[in-house]
Design a protein around this ligand. Structure first.
Ligand code: NAP
Length: 473
């Protein structure tokens, strides 16, 4: 593997300072990559800008051929990509393989969707005019991605951007550059022309600032925290850049008393403990209706006790390490605060050793709205549970947050479920489903969880400009 930056079809950066990539399961340095900055960001933008005319002039059918090949190759490299991901961010290997497929599917879906970018004819108001809506690629796209889904968050942006005819410059997270670089290496093998895909690693601040202020970048697509998202909004103002932002969440899981309790337990485990609790759509707070509260807690606690924790490379492991020790400290802080404010732990509640990045899967009962864990992303394997009496109360609790990404509802009653979902302000809802994400469906949040949607046929519109043309005849 190259472990370098890829700009204008060249692997560069050998002579730059480097930054280490650490395996969070062992704290060992597994590799290093160049520490690039403003200069490399500008070079990447220049390459993408130069490549735009020829890439956007290809027919969608020609671009599809390369994207299809890219999809096939990602699948071919499944084992290598999954292992890299587990090594650099700790994700259990079975989940990592799942992510490689999910990531590849975004390339395949948009390889097809690129052929379906339709304009419109608009009814005319004048016998001598014809009105049309044309669609065209927006231009150079800058993609900034997080560490928690190092493959899928990248292809969810690259797939539609490339299919629409845009060229891309990428900045992956410093925690997980290897998966992203490998994906670019595979793209080179698939035959994308030079300059169409470029990747820069290094200082997020320097690279980000150039991406956000250079006039040649027409669109920035970002996945990460709401805090950084807000900084990017401010930085983008000087060039009025189009932005798509997939930001943080604080997902409620609402379990009504007519729910199938076993289904609710399994769905809550799937939502809460996937990726060791480090997903933007992880259930963060579980609300259970009073008359099934105790039985749910018993069953849920028993199920959480069965989860296998360990190094993600072990095929049986379901819960790996957290990304780093700061992440563990944040989890400890949230749990301590909950206990101080009156919650009790039914299982877990500790990390095995001070410098360990692991945290034992934990269930907290009798959580209340004033606890930090009920308001801020914990990003760890801790499930706080609060009792509620009426559906109105559950709706108020669920909506009492600046976030609006994902929510989960468990009820077998169609009328109650429908009315409840209509009242909660979330972009994605899993109804009796702990894993609602799908490439063919739009993914994104309301409120401070973001702007725009990724995935589905909606996702490609984010990379297209509309041009209204009135033709006098
Ligand atoms: P983050 O700290 O916001 O970082 C995200 C990306 O932004 C990384 O590549 C990071 O680079 C870069 N970055 C940081 N500061 C920057 C700056 N000033 N200018 C430009 N780029 C900058 O988020 P994270 O910790 O990687 O990811 C976890 C967060 O992402 C959580 O809040 C989670 O909810 C959210 N997330 C949302 C979705 C969604 O679809 N809505 C999906 C996944 C994750 P460095 O790491 O190199 O500093």
């Amino acid at each position: 593997m190259k472990n370098l930056m890829y700009i204008n079809g060249e692997w560069i950066g050998k002579n730059l300072n480097t930054m280490n990539v650490v395996n969070p399961a062992t704290n060992e340095v597994i590799s290093n990559v160049p520490y690039g900055g403003a200069e490399e960001a500008r070079l990447a933008i220049e390459a993408a800008h130069d490549a735009f005319a020829s890439w956007s002039n290809l027919t969608a059918f020609d671009r599809t051929k390369i994207l299809r090949k890219y999809f096939d190759l990602i699948i071919e490299y499944e084992d290598e990509l999954a292992k890299l991901m587990t090594l650099e961010m700790g994700k259990p290997i079975t989940e990592a393989r799942g992510e490689v497929h999910y990531a590849a599917n975004y390339i395949e879906w948009y390889a097809e969707e690129g052929k379906r970018i339709y304009g419109e004819t608009i009814p005319t108001h004048h016998p001598d005019k014809r009105l049309q809506l044309w669609k065209k690629p927006i231009g150079v796209v800058a993609a900034i991605t997080p560490w928690n889904f190092p493959a899928a968050m990248l292809t969810r942006k690259m797939g539609p951007a490339l299919a629409a005819g845009c060229t891309v410059v990428i900045k992956p997270s410093r925690e997980t550059p290897l998966t992203a670089i490998k994906l670019v290496e595979i793209a080179e093998q698939a035959g994308f022309p030079k300059g169409v895909i470029n990747i820069v690693t290094g200082s997020s601040k320097e690279i980000g600032e150039i991406f956000l202020t250079d006039n040649r970048v027409k669109k920035v697509t970002f996945t990460g925290s709401t805090e950084v998202g807000k900084t990017l909004i401010k930085q983008s103002a000087s060039t009025v850049k189009k932005l798509s932002l997939e930001l943080g969440g604080h997902a409620p899981i609402i379990i009504l008393d007519d729910a199938d309790i076993d289904k609710a337990v399994q769905g809550s485990i799937a939502s809460k403990f996937r990726n060791t609790g480090q997903t933007c759509v992880c259930g963060n707070r579980i609300y259970v209706q009073a008359n099934i509260y105790d039985i749910f807690i018993d069953k849920f606690t028993n199920a959480v006790k069965q989860l296998q924790i360990g190094n993600g490379l072990d095929e049986n492991v379901q819960v790996g390490p957290l990304i780093n020790n700061d992440a563990v400290k944040k989890v400890i802080y949230h749990v301590e605060n909950a206990i101080e404010l009156g919650a009790t732990i039914t299982t877990g509640g500790q990390n095995p050793a001070e410098d360990s990045n692991f945290y034992i899967p934990t269930v907290i009962k009798d959580a209340t709205a004033d606890m930090i864990i009920m308001n801020e992303e914990t990003f760890g394997p801790v499930a706080p549970i609060q009792k509620f009496n009426t559906i109105e109360e559950a709706v108020t609790l669920a909506n009492d947050t600046p976030y609006g990404l994902a929510a989960y509802v468990f009820t077998e009653n169609i009328a109650k479920g429908t009315r409840l979902i209509e009242q909660i302000d979330y972009g994605i809802v899993g109804w009796n489903d702990g894993a609602p994400s799908a490439v063919q469906a739009p993914f994104g949040g309301m409120k401070e969880s973001g702007l725009g949607r990724e995935g589905g046929h909606q996702g490609i519109d984010e990379f297209l400009e509309m041009q209204y043309v009135s033709i006098g005849i």
